[in-house]
Design a protein around this ligand. Structure first.
Ligand SMILES: Cc1cc2nc3c(=O)[nH]c(=O)nc-3n(C[C@H](O)[C@H](O)[C@H](O)COP(=O)(O)OP(=O)(O)OC[C@H]3O[C@@H](n4cnc5c(N)ncnc54)[C@H](O)[C@@H]3O)c2cc1C
Length: 383
C-alpha cells in the first residue's frame, strides 16, 4: 500500500487526507496544534459558499462541483453542517465587483434578481437604502459550519484509520517526501502533501515570493430584539467594493452574526496575537454602519484576527514539488468552500500524470477543468 504524509490539519490537509485515503493510500497527518485548530484559517463558526465571484468566472464555475464534493463528504459522514441562505449583493456604484458578478452569473444562466435600494430596505428591515446604487439577490449559496466540518472530518479520518499526530514540522525535503520534526525525528512517505495555510511560505522553498500571510479582522455581534427575526432568515450580505466593503454572515444554527472585510491586510506573522484591538473592531464596524441600520444597538460579542494566505490575484497554488510532493496554498480568503473538491482532485492527480499537469491552472482559476475530472468526481458522488 502506498503511504502519504499530509502536513496541516485545516480544511485542505484534512480534505486531501480524506481523498487520499479513499484512493487507497495509508495516510498520516501531522499538525502542530490541537484539531480543530482555532489558530488555523479554517476554524471559525462559518465559511461562505457562493457563486457570486466578480469577474473570476473560473472560480464561479468551480462552485457547482464544490457543492457535489460537499455532498459526497456529507453523505459519508452522515452529517450536513450547512445552512442555505442565498446571497444579497450590495454596492454603492453601478460598476465594479457587483456588476462583474451579475454579468458572469447571467452569462452562465444563474437566476439573479436585481433589487432597487427601496426593495432591499423593505425586504430586509435591518438594512438602510441610503447609498445603495445596485443590488441583486441570488438564491444559491449558504453557510458552511466550518468548525463543525473540521471536527467532522477529523472523526471521519479516525474511522478510516488515518492518524493525526500532534507534531511540528521544521523542515521539508519534497524530493524525498520527508519531514523533519521539532525535537528531532523524521517522517517519510511515498507522497508528501503540504497544506500549512498561512505558515506554508515559511516551509516551502520559493513560496514566500508568491504567497504572504495577512491578518484579517472579524467582529461577532448579537442583533437587537427588534431585528433578530429578520436576521434569522437573512441571506449572506456581500458588499465587496474595493474602496471599503464588507461581508456579513447571518446568525445561523446558533452562531453569531459575523462581519468582516475581504480587503487584504498587511503581511503579518501567523504566530501573532489572535485578539483584535478595539480600533481594529471599530474599523470593521465602520464599514458596515452605512448599510446596517442602528448598528450601535447591536451587542459586540467579540472581535478576532484570522489569517489569510494571500496570492495577489487570489489564485490557488496547488502544484507538484518535485516528483513526490504537492503544495496547497494561496487560498487568499476564499478557499474553504473548495476544500473537498480540491482534495478529491488531488487524490486523482497524484496517480495520473496528465491530470497532474492540468490541475494547477484549473486550481488557479485560469483554465477549464481537466477533461473528465468533474465527471469522475461526480461518479464518486454517486458511489
Ligand atoms: C476571516 C476569514 C474568513 C474567510 N471566509 C471564507 C469564506 O467565506 N469562504 C471560503 O471559501 N473561504 C473563506 N476563508 C478562507 C478559508 O478559510 C481558507 O482559505 C482555508 O481555511 C485555508 O485552509 P488551509 O487548510 O489551507 O489552512 P489552515 O486552516 O490554516 O490549516 C493549516 C494547518 O497547518 C498547520 N501547520 C502549519 N505549519 C505547520 C508545521 N510546521 N507543522 C505542523 N503543522 C503545521 C497549522 O497549525 C494549521 O492547522 C476565510 C478565511 C478567514 C481567515
Amino acid at each position: 500500500m502506498r503511504t502519504a504524509l499530509v502536513l496541516g490539519a485545516g480544511i485542505m490537509g484534512l480534505s486531501a487526507a480524506w481523498a487520499l485515503s479513499r484512493a487507497g493510500f495509508a495516510v498520516r497527518v501531522v499538525e502542530q496544534d490541537p484539531v480543530p485548530n482555532p489558530r488555523g484559517s479554517s476554524v471559525d463558526d462559518h465559511r461562505l459558499i457562493r457563486h457570486a465571484y466578480g469577474a473570476q468566472a473560473g472560480y464561479m464555475r468551480m462552485v457547482d462541483p464544490a457543492f457535489a464534493a460537499w455532498g459526497t463528504l456529507f453523505a459519508e459522514a452522515g452529517e450536513r453542517p450547512y445552512v442555505p441562505t442565498g446571497v444579497l449583493a450590495l454596492a454603492h456604484a453601478a460598476d465594479g465587483w457587483l456588476a462583474e458578478s451579475r454579468a458572469a452569473l447571467r452569462g452562465d444562466g444563474h437566476a439573479v434578481t436585481d433589487l432597487t435600494a427601496e426593495a432591499v430596505a423593505s425586504r430586509y428591515s435591518f438594512l438602510s437604502p441610503a447609498g445603495i446604487a445596485a443590488s441583486f439577490h441570488l438564491p444559491s449559496g449558504g453557510v458552511l459550519l466550518a468548525w463543525r466540518i473540521v471536527a467532522m472530518l477529523a472523526r471521519l479520518l479516525a474511522a478510516r484509520g488515518v492518524t493525526i499526530e500532534r507534531r511540528q514540522a521544521v523542515r521539508l525535503d519534497p524530493a524525498r517526501a520527508t519531514v523533519t520534526l521539532a525535537g528531532g525525528g523524521k517522517l517519510e512517505a511515498d507522497l508528501l502533501v503540504v497544506a500549512a495555510g498561512p505558515w506554508g511560505p515559511r516551509l516551502v522553498p520559493g513560496l514566500a515570493a508568491r504567497v504572504r500571510p495577512t491578518r484579517q479582522i472579524v467582529v461577532r455581534l448579537s442583533p437587537p430584539p427588534e431585528h433578530a427575526e429578520a436576521w434569522a432568515g437573512a441571506p449572506m450580505l456581500l458588499d465587496l467594493a474595493e474602496d471599503g466593503g464588507f461581508y456579513a454572515v447571518p446568525p445561523v444554527a446558533g452562531t453569531p452574526l459575523k462581519i468582516g472585510d475581504h480587503r487584504f491586510a498587511p503581511t503579518a506573522d501567523p504566530d501573532g496575537p489572535r485578539e483584535a484591538t478595539a480600533a481594529e473592531a471599530e474599523a470593521i464596524l465602520d464599514l458596515a454602519r452605512r448599510r446596517i441600520r442602528s448598528l450601535e444597538s447591536y451587542r459586540l460579542l467579540s472581535a478576532a484576527a484570522c489569517w489569510y494566505d494571500v496570492e495577489p490575484g487570489e489564485r490557488f497554488v496547488i502544484e507538484p514539488l518535485g516528483g513526490r510532493a504537492w503544495v496547497m496554498s494561496g487560498f487568499s480568503g476564499h478557499g474553504f468552500k473548495f476544500g473537498p473538491l480540491l482534495g478529491l482532485a488531488l487524490g486523482r492527480a497524484v496517480r495520473d500524470p496528465a491530470l497532474a499537469a492540468a490541475f494547477p491552472p484549473w486550481a488557479a482559476g485560469e483554465a477549464p477543468p481537466p477533461p473528465g475530472l468533474l465527471d469522475d468526481i461526480a461518479q464518486d458522488t454517486l458511489a
